[in-house]
Design a protein around this ligand. Structure first.
Ligand SMILES: C[S@@+](CC[C@H](N)C(=O)[O-])C[C@H]1O[C@@H](n2cnc3c(N)ncnc32)[C@H](O)[C@@H]1O
Length: 262
């Protein structure tokens, strides 16, 4: 089944965190008119954000096979949705310039500094010349080397800052060990609505790095015009829908002992 570009609707996500709601709304909005052949969600967990993508095919990449399996199971009727089991820092096998839309949200901060730089280098390498790369990071993790990789690869790099002091104050009220999910009130409908209202204030401060903790990079206009085909057909598949780009472990393609964290 081919996925078609649908008409853009205003994005409305209702997460527990105003900062996440802002990020998700922004990404969904940026993708709403972005077609193309191949979309890559890096890292996709259980493919929960696949609805953002308007590309003909959606590939959810993650290092955690169980999460990918859950996502693929839920999307079993949609044959334009695939999983890729891979380590973001080692995706040498994905061809240069072969992916039209790449999104990486809430992931790169899990990786070590070295892995993060390698992941950003790969994502910059595999995005197509007229493609789009969206990725977020805590501002304090944006090293000069990451900046340099982006500058070397893209002519246009827009930065939008978020997680301002108002969102942080709101999130701080409910957070227990960095988690809001376990709070009995934060997840109720009125508080999700309140979180959404607080998230609107992020738009007022998104040009001010000094008031924020996170940055969303919006990278376009690739300098290198090489565009190779996206082809994973030589890699083994798991459950018929998940390409396995990880090295074999003990010859058993379906058992992996890899941590989900970088
Ligand atoms: C917090 S989730 C983010 C999911 C989704 N992108 C979002 O914004 O909600 C982070 C995901 O990164 C995956 N991950 C961590 N390190 C990875 C790596 N080196 N390569 C690929 N995926 C990785 C984890 O398995 C997890 O599913």
């Amino acid at each position: 089944m081919v996925r078609r570009s649908s008409q853009a609707r205003p994005a409305m996500n209702f997460t527990l965190r105003p900062s996440k709601t802002f990020l998700f709304d922004l990404v969904e909005h940026k993708l709403s008119r972005r077609g193309g052949a191949i979309g890559l969600d890096a890292a996709a967990e259980n493919l929960k954000n696949r609805k953002w993508f308007k590309t003909h095919s959606y590939y959810g990449l993650d290092i955690d096979l169980n999460s990918l399996r859950r996502g693929i199971e839920r999307a079993s009727n949609n044959t334009s949705i695939y999983g890729i089991l891979a380590d973001l820092a080692s995706i040498d096998s994905i061809q240069e310039g072969s992916v039209d839309v790449i999104v990486s949200t809430n992931t790169l901060y899990h990786l070590s500094e070295d892995q993060r730089l390698r992941a950003v280098s790969h994502l910059s390498r595999i995005v197509s010349p007229d493609g789009l790369l969206l990725m977020d990071l805590p501002i304090q993790l944006v090293s000069p080397s990451i900046d340099e990789v982006l500058r070397n690869n893209f002519l246009t790099i827009e930065r939008l800052y978020f997680r301002n002091f108002i969102s942080r104050f709101y999130e701080g009220i409910f957070e227990r060990d960095g988690d809001l999910g376990s709070h009995p009130i934060a997840g109720t409908k009125p508080f999700r609505l309140l979180a959404w209202l607080v998230s609107r204030l992020e738009y007022l401060t998104s040009q001010r790095p000094q008031w924020n903790k996170q940055v969303l990079f919006i990278c376009t206009d690739k300098k290198n015009q090489v565009k190779l085909p996206f082809d994973l057909s030589t890699y083994p598949m798991i459950d018929g829908r998940i390409y396995n780009l990880l090295p074999r472990i003990g010859g058993d393609q379906t058992s992996f002992s890899i941590s989900a964290r970088g």
